[in-house]
Ligand binder design. Structure first.
Ligand code: PEP
Ligand code: MG
Length: 583
């Protein structure tokens, strides 16, 4: 039956796919008792599902070859045995016939009973076999739920997967992206989380805060993920699918219109030039930034290289990635941010400390890098070597006070001296900049400007720390709002301080690429925006429609506002393109 689950848009787009639940043991089952005249047909459905599961296992075995087959066949054997276990089957039949349980509820009850037996075992190996029970029961429940219409089954067979999860870690997202993932529906999370940023970068539509998604979506359900309106539509109708096709046509047309702006200058209606930079995490981002006419890369998040890696990437591996980034931009300036691990970005090598009580306030960003000088120096050497291939700037994340920048400069100096001794050609100067994302750094920005060659405002974190509101927590939506006056005043202060010092200031938080905030940021004096390259043309288009002088004139009133609602009202009058909606 069609139903709609609303969520918050974290990455725009639409896609059609089959649901893949991350926690199959949390299947929701129908617990209403069966009527007497339903028992026979439901028993048939149950046995049909058991047969399907057996058949799937046989097919799986037929597909496996070589060493992998030997290993996996053990599991297949164990699962097949379970599916034929007389006690399990008798128990299931009794639950349906005598207990009036529906098949799904009976399977879940048997699962819970068997899981409890395994859990109570002393032997850790046997205890771990509980997973087999989970997987077998999940397979049967899934087969049961796939007993939908033939039409839907045909469609489902042709589409890829939409992940349905409570939350998804950035590392998992990076891994799944290459494996046929089409989109994500998360029951919690926020559009400002790193996973959401990654989803935008990967072009995967994503909803967060889709409450009860795990309870109301079943494995293999057909889902139309509408991350334009903010809905996950389960079992979409023909009309839904027609709307999806219309959206595909419209977005292709809009894409063609915007493509004509790829080589246009970024200029306001009254002739003020603005610099647009790309945030890049991958080779594809770099290519996109170039093709959309970016003025350079304003943020390359090196931690994603570490998150994709099983251990720590070597100097050479890093060098190749950074060199290719520089070469890929063909002489345009590239800003490489040093490692920003910690908080929600935990690497497989275990550099980011685990078990901190307050990881967002803990050892992350430059704090972590300075704790591991050998790891940091490997990165610094790779960056310095890549700097021979084109203009490069270095950006330091999570700076709180000047001594951190001084320490980073010292490490660069030492690495430079070593490389010189190794006869590596190096450019004379490498600009070093500070991310402004800690309130202390924003308030004391003049002290940092004595040591930084440029600044980049990271509003994702600055908002989190100014407002004491976790950027990934959807329960704080009303507080974590980029229009909060306290945040705007800090942004304006940092921009003005940079200008007075004659040093460039860019903004690379998510609002930089969100056209709803373009007018506001121009009003606050921003002249360099850095964003996911997919947004470059939208922002250029928006800027062309805005009058810089008129916006600057309104800055004092925006900065005098008392609440984010007041700012929203002012913006609605100021900018016809401003729509007070989410993400
Ligand atoms: C920010 O905090 O705004 C930022 C750009 O860095 P990240 O999102 O990687 O923390
Ligand atoms: Mg940040």
């Amino acid at each position: 039956m069609r139903h709609i689950l609303p969520g918050t848009i974290a990455a725009r787009g639409m896609t059609l796919g089959r649901a893949r639940l991350v926690q199959p043991s949390r299947y929701a089952v129908d617990t209403r008792p069966l009527a007497d005249d339903e028992i026979e047909s439901e028993l048939t459905r149950l046995h049909l599902a058991l047969d399907t599961a057996r058949q799937e296992l046989r097919e799986l075995r037929g597909k496996l070859h070589g060493a992998l087959a030997r290993e996996v066949n053990e599991f297949i054997d164990a699962h097949s045995l379970l599916l034929d276990d007389p006690e399990l089957l008798r128990g299931l039949d009794d639950l349906v016939k005598v207990g009036h349980y529906r098949p799904g509820a009976a399977l879940k009850k048997q699962r819970d009973k068997l899981a409890a037996v395994f859990e109570a075992m002393d032997d850790p190996y046997l205890r771990s076999r509980k997973e087999d029970i989970d997987q077998v029961i999940a397979r049967v429940i899934s087969a049961l739920q796939r007993q939908t219409s033939v039409e839907e089954r045909k469609l489902a067979a042709r589409v890829g997967k939409i992940l349905i999860a409570d939350t998804i870690a950035p590392a998992d997202m990076a891994h799944l992206a290459g494996n046929g993932l089409l989109g994500v529906v998360a029951s919690s999370g926020s559009p400002y989380s790193h996973s959401a940023i990654l989803a935008r970068s990967l072009g995967l539509p994503m909803l967060v805060g889709t409450r009860d998604a795990l309870a109301n979506i079943h494995d293999d359900d057909l889902i139309l993920l509408d991350a334009e309106r903010g809905d996950a539509i389960v079992h979409p109708t023909a009309q839904d699918l027609a709307r999806y096709r219309a959206w595909q046509r419209e977005s292709a047309l809009e894409g063609r219109r915007l493509a004509t702006l790829a080589n246009a200058p970024t200029r306001t209606r009254d002739g003020i030039d603005v610099r647009l930079l790309g945030n890049a995490e991958s080779v594809a981002d770099v290519a996109l930034a170039r093709s959309r006419g970016a003025d350079g890369v304003g943020l390359y998040r090196t931690e994603f290289l570490f998150l994709r890696h099983k251990g720590l990437p070597s100097e050479d591996e890093q060098f190749i990635a950074y060199r290719d980034l520089v070469l890929g931009m063909g002489g345009l300036p590239v800003t490489i941010r040093t490692l920003d691990l910690g908080a929600d970005k935990a690497d497989a090598a275990g550099l980011a400390l685990r078990g901190e009580d307050n990881p967002a306030l803990g050892v992350r960003g430059v704090r972590l890098s300075l704790r591991y000088p050998a790891v940091f120096t490997t990165q610094i050497r790779a960056i310095l070597r890549a700097a021979c291939y084109g203009p490069l700037r270095v950006l330091v994340p999570m700076v709180t006070q000047p001594d951190e920048l001084i320490a980073v400069r010292t490490l660069f100096k030492l690495a430079r001296a070593d490389l010189k001794r190794e006869n590596v050609d190096l450019p004379e100067k490498l600009p070093l900049g500070a991310m402004i994302e800690v309130p202390a750094a924003a308030l004391n920005v003049r002290a940092l400007l004595d040591h930084a060659d440029f600044l980049a405002i990271g509003t994702n974190d600055l908002a989190q720390y100014v407002l004491a509101a976790d950027r990934g927590n959807d329960a704080l939506e009303n507080i974590y709002n980029p229009l909060q006056p306290a945040l705007l005043r800090l942004i304006a202060y940092v921009i003005a301080s940079g200008r007075r010092a004659g040093k460039p200031v860019s903004l690379c938080g998510e609002i930089g690429g969100d056209t709803r905030f373009t007018a506001l940021l121009l009003a606050l004096g921003l002249a360099e925006f850095s964003m996911h390259p997919g947004q470059l043309l939208h922002v250029r288009d928006r800027i062309a429609a805005l009058d810089h002088a008129a916006l600057r004139h309104r800055a004092p009133s925006l900065l005098r506002a008392h609440t984010h609602e007041d700012v929203e009202t002012l913006l609605t009058h100021l900018d016809p393109g401003f729509a007070p909606s989410r993400a």
